[in-house]
Ligand binder design. Sequence first.
Ligand code: F6R
Length: 238
Amino acid sequence: MRIDIFNTYDELSLKAKELIVQEIRKDKNLLLCTATGGSPTKTYELLGETYQKEPELFSGLRIIKLDEWGGIALDQPGSCESYLQKHVLQPLQIPEERYTGFNSNPENPNAECKRIQERLRKEGPIDLCILGIGMNGHIAFNEPAEFLEPFCHQAELSEMSLQHKMASGMQVKPTYGLTLGMADILHSKMIIILIHGTHKKEIAKKFLSKKISSSVPASFLWLHPNVICLIDSNAYES
Ligand code: F6R
């Protein structure tokens, strides 16, 4: 794993943006998997600025949503969908046919997971996966547990995940999560994980200790040959 340390969130975000643009230049039809939440927001904002200057660069880009809160309306503020619409899909003008995402309130969550898994089988593998790390070490909604799930699944959300900023303000609370699984993520050709802020220091230390455990799902990224961790000095303990 390559680890790059930055003084500020802005510098970290600029690097993430540059890496994403570099990959899109290599492959216009790149399949980009996008996390939501605070970690990648600035990166996406900078990508939007690149779109303004060079819209044709994004003319083949495909997006897959990493995960979604379950049991809420798709357009509810705080849904991953609302976030992606605002920060990625609209700024980069990604049409429906180049977007894959879980429905947040399916009649049958298992069938919805199968649908996304099938889409990923056809469209995938993911070329570049953008991740954040949860305060408990989760990636997507792969929560710490005795066993982790390889493929798309309905996840039981931890208390800590329910306290995430996106969910804590929701009127209707999510009752579960819908998420790509560990193998779906680890089969990505390239992964960038973004970590910033003092609040992430403790979990960053565990993650960077190279001890692979299902109690820190992000630690499985150590098994992947092409991961870049972009971390700011507030989260990094040398
Ligand atoms: C969001 C996701 C989550 C977040 C993680 C960190 O789509 O998959 O795993 O990446 O909870 O969230 P932030 O970046 O808000 O600290």
